[in-house]
Write a protein that binds this ligand. Structure first.
Ligand code: ARG
Length: 575
């Protein structure tokens, strides 16, 4: 059930009966201010302007034709022609009882959506720079899937390029000394640094590394075997992180840069034939006038170097072709740092010019800002190094364990599980709840706080409901009772719950997870106010009132849990 949608339909028909042409939208939105009803329709004003009539009078004739019997208890006109709709409590109660997160409104027209996210470089260990893409992309993947889209996750890992020659040569040296590959690559970061030092200091090694790049590109079996070993172990590191982070990427989502090798030459050939690419100083370059700088100089995109090597943009173009032609994508979403905005713009512009995409294919770069330290500079270790994601997550769980005061009867194992869910959830939520396009400051204390818009606060709200049912010795799962909304807190809470699918619809379109976070925070806060104002298990509360309030609480728990799950955050029965 989507209330906004239902109201829009009804108003649209009233507008038509009032003689307003069908191309005017009713503009229904959730009322922003208390006292102005629950929903507001603003369509009369723009229609009146175009039709050159009085907006209030037009609003009145819409209302005269509007049939909301049983749905609204009051419809009023306010200001210059706003139509304010006050929903009927009984109707709302019935809707809520029939509603569950699983039964929420799905997408009108499900699409095939390819989501490019996480995509680390396999030469190194995942660091905090990969956190945002991984968790924001995953939340959007979950939400679109939940809404009924066919979501195809693509982990466009960096598994190709000259640095692999050096890494393979280093791996070969380790294996030559009888070391097991897993052990040699246990510390991927250290391994990379040793290989680099080796490369810089030892010309023989450096020459070998260069030779291996050539052999790798030529498909030499021995070198490919080493490369595959390296890739497999590095991917295993990433998969451990995905599982610690409760992220839905799997081995099946991996399609790295190397997967496009065979299409790189054809891409360049096609761009040349279409006279988009020209030779410039030996390299093949496309000059995009569309993205010209302020002096009118076109933006150059190199697609093949002088030495024949291909570039990041070339594989991205090949990836788009694959996603459109093989995966049949209607939408392709990229969750990549804002610093790659120009690259994405170039790739998108070029893909369109070259007709690599259908007119209707939507190419979307959903950029995000940088994670900052408390000093206002990009988040680093104390010594200024990059923070490894694996270590950050261990620290999150340790810190969570310290701030949680468990009930005495919670055993060691359950306590560890709670700390894990709270710690990981806090890190994820702190990121997801910020407007993604901004930079944000990573701060342990605020993210682990049980007050305010935080992961722990929402998890705690969920356990609150669970404990009400535990205290009442009622099984929540099977509990079902009629709802009656009397107190204003009850109505506000019911209405909020009913808006779940509207929120998901918006998040699905705009790819801003913070909108869902704000919603869940509002939901939890409304629950806390309701809980304070409306006693449930207290002596003297009538049986039907108690049951109605339990029903409402159950809905809160279900929607909170579903909402958190869509953000990739786990809940627990108690803390
Ligand atoms: N591997 C790249 C990096 O670490 C990110 C790739 C993003 N995806 C893409 N299709 N370009 O910066």
């Amino acid at each position: 059930m989507n209330i906004r949608f239902l109201l829009a339909e009804r108003i649209r028909s009233a507008m038509s009966d009032a003689g307003i042409p069908n191309d005017f939208s009713p503009h229904v939105a959730i009322a922003k201010k208390a006292g102005f009803g629950d929903y507001q329709a603003n369509g009369a004003m723009s229609a009146a302007k175009a039709m050159k009539t009085n907006p209030r009078e037009l609003a009145q004739s819409i209302v005269n034709n509007l049939d909301l019997a049983g749905i609204a208890e009051k419809v009023e006109i306010a200001g210059p022609g706003f139509i304010n709709i006050h929903l009927a409590n009984d109707w709302l109660a019935d809707q809520l009882r029939a509603c569950s997160p699983q039964a929420s409104q799905k997408s009108e027209e499900p699409q095939t959506v390819v989501i490019d996210y996480s995509s680390p470089n396999l030469a190194k260990e995942m660091h905090v720079g990969h956190l945002r893409s991984t968790i924001i992309g995953d939340a959007i993947a979950r939400i679109l899937e939940f809404r009924g889209d066919k979501v195809i996750r693509q982990n466009h890992v960096g598994d190709w390029g000259t640095q692999f020659g050096m890494l393979i040569a280093e791996l070969e040296a380790h294996l030559g000394e009888g070391e097991k590959p897993e052990l040699a690559l246990q510390d991927l970061e250290g391994f990379y640094q040793r290989a680099k030092a080796h490369f810089d200091a030892d010309t023989e090694f450096a020459n070998k590394a260069r030779d291996y790049v050539v052999k790798l590109q030529a498909g030499d079996n021995n070198i490919l075997r080493l490369w595959r070993q390296f890739k497999e172990i590095s991917l295993k590191h990433s998969e451990d992180i995905y599982s610690a982070l409760n992220v839905t990427l799997t081995a099946d989502s991996v399609r790295g840069e190397s997967a496009y090798n065979d299409d790189l030459a054809p891409v360049v050939k096609e761009l040349t034939e279409k006279q988009l690419a020209v030779i410039d100083d030996g390299a093949k370059v496309v000059f995009l006038q569309e993205l010209a700088d302020k002096n009118g100089e076109p933006s150059p995109v190199i697609i093949q170097k002088k030495d024949g090597g291909y570039l990041y943009a070339t594989s991205d173009l090949a990836a788009i072709r694959y996603r459109v032609n093989e995966l049949k994508a209607d939408r392709i979403l990229y969750f990549i740092d804002a610093r790659q905005s120009l690259h994405m713009q170039q790739v998108f512009t070029l893909a369109r010019k070259a007709d690599f995409v259908n007119d209707w294919t939507s190419l979307e770069h959903h950029a995000f800002g940088t994670m900052m330290g408390s000093d206002g500079k990009p988040f680093k270790t104390r010594s200024g190094g990059t923070v490894k994601l694996a270590e950050l997550l261990v620290e999150a769980v340790e810190r969570a364990a310290k701030v949680i005061k468990n009930n005495d009867d919670i055993g060691e194992q359950e306590a560890a599980d709670i700390a894990r869910k709270v710690g990981i959830g806090a890190v994820k939520y702190a990121d997801l709840c910020k407007t993604r396009t901004n930079d944000y400051v990573f701060d342990w204390n605020s993210m682990l706080s049980f007050e305010g818009n935080t992961g722990p606060y929402l998890q705690y709200a969920y356990t609150r409901v669970k404990s009400i049912f535990r205290n009442a010795q009622i099984d929540m799962e099977s509990f079902d009772a009629p709802l009656a909304l009397h107190a204003e807190q009850e109505k506000a809470l019911a209405l909020k719950i009913m808006q779940f699918s509207e929120v998901l619809e918006q998040v699905g379109i705009e790819a801003y997870p913070h909108i869902l976070c704000t919603y869940l925070y509002d939901l939890a806060s409304l629950f806390m106010s309701f809980y304070e104002a409306c006693p449930i298990l207290k002596e003297g509360v009538a049986e039907n009132t108690k049951n109605s309030r339990l029903s409402l609480s159950k809905a809160v728990a279900e929607f909170l849990q579903q909402g958190l799950d869509l953000l990739g955050i786990e809940t627990m029965e108690r803390m």
